[in-house]
Design a protein. Structure first.
Length: 360
């Protein structure tokens, strides 16, 4: 069977080159006589894999030496708890609510201290990013938290919030490595890899060293202390070995593609093809205000639930997979991550034009 165009929001499309390499190494990784799946995480061979992956990520993102890179389990949802556990010294933090994942992180933080809603775009179904130029941040807040790219609603911060000197914590799960970032603007930048970096099972956290200490909330499990993980170079226990191996291959692929500047250019080109069509279409329309549109996740609707369902079914039959919108919002969503080729977006738009003609 031919490969489909996979527009899933995560787990998501991976570069074909990476998948082929992994397939070729499945039975014997570099003469070891073993698959990486079978390998001890304490072996020299695996040590090289994880160290190379970290170095390639540091190169791609220009990560300064005073930031630790951690490869962890539990996904972003577990990290919602790890942030307050490790950072809530005053038991108070500010959260900007721009979608379901920011809201879940905010609700999780409430278990551990006072989580304050600084701004929200819930009033218009999270279709925009609120003004974050003058937030009601108080001196006793430990940090300010954002979800930078909102997978379900298709919004993205184009300007980071003014945190008034407070530490910025950002969940970048669905825009990870899609464009250059200045790591120094964040105290913590993290994301689940299953959207734009690798297969499910790993979270990558980039944390400023001064934020990693034994001074955590009472009851914080040993495993969830960032210091435990940092002191052991992500090898305190068995890490998600195979996922990290694939992520490492993706990092090398990104370097080969020209790095994050080149990816940003390609991602802008892909998104423009789809957004330009949505702006001129009489049938389909985007759901996000223009200035806050994501390059990674593009939600759209016809305005008729039955027609939406018909479109999703016909698209699937034509080889366009996972275009159904998140169950909480309905409609459609095309996730066009780094590994989605430009031909996939062009083919989708041609199919949408045909569908519009037939259903006008």
């Amino acid at each position: 069977m031919a490969r489909v165009y996979n527009f899933s929001a995560g787990p998501a499309v991976l570069p074909e080159e990476v998948l082929k390499e992994a397939a070729a190494e499945m039975m014997d990784y570099k003469g070891s006589g073993m698959s990486v799946m079978e390998m001890s995480h304490r072996s020299k061979v695996y040590d090289t894999i994880i160290k190379e992956a970290e170095q390639d990520l540091r190169d791609l993102m220009n990560i300064p030496d005073n930031y630790k890179v951690l490869f962890l389990q539990g996904g972003a949802s577990q990290f919602f708890a790890e942030v307050p556990m490790n950072m809530m010294k005053n038991k108070k933090a500010g959260y900007i609510i721009t979608g379901q994942w920011a809201k879940k992180a905010y609700q999780e933080a409430k278990i551990y201290g006072e989580a304050v809603e600084l701004a929200s775009s819930a009033d218009k179904t999270f279709s925009y990013i609120p003004d974050c130029s003058d937030l009601p941040i108080t001196d006793d807040m430990d940090y300010v938290y954002i979800c930078e790219n909102n997978t379900i609603y298709g919004t993205k911060y184009k300007t980071l919030p003014d945190t008034k000197g407070k530490i910025l914590v950002s969940d970048v799960s669905s825009c990870f490595l899609s464009e250059p970032v200045d790591v120094t603007k964040y105290g913590v930048i993290y994301g689940g890899v299953q959207k734009n970096v690798g297969p499910a099972g790993c979270i990558i956290a980039i944390i400023r060293e001064d934020l990693i200490s034994d001074d955590v909330l009472p009851g914080t499990p040993t495993m969830l202390k960032w210091k435990t993980q940092a002191d052991n170079d992500s090898l305190y226990n068995t890490p998600p070995c195979y996922t990290i191996y694939i992520c490492g291959k993706v990092f090398k692929w990104l370097k080969k593609m020209g790095g994050l500047e080149a990816m940003k250019e390609l991602n802008e080109k892909k998104a423009k093809i789809l957004y330009d069509y949505l702006d001129e279409s009489k049938l389909f329309k985007g759901t996000v205000v223009k200035e806050d549109r994501s390059l990674m996740n593009v939600p759209f609707v016809t305005g008729d639930a039955e027609l939406d369902a018909k479109f999703v079914a016909e698209a699937k039959a034509a080889g366009f997979e996972n275009l159904k919108g998140h169950r909480t919002v309905g409609g459609m969503r095309a996730s066009i991550y780094n590994a989605m080729p430009i031909e996939g977006v062009e083919a989708l738009v041609e199919f949408m034009k045909k569908f519009e003609k037939e259903n006008a």
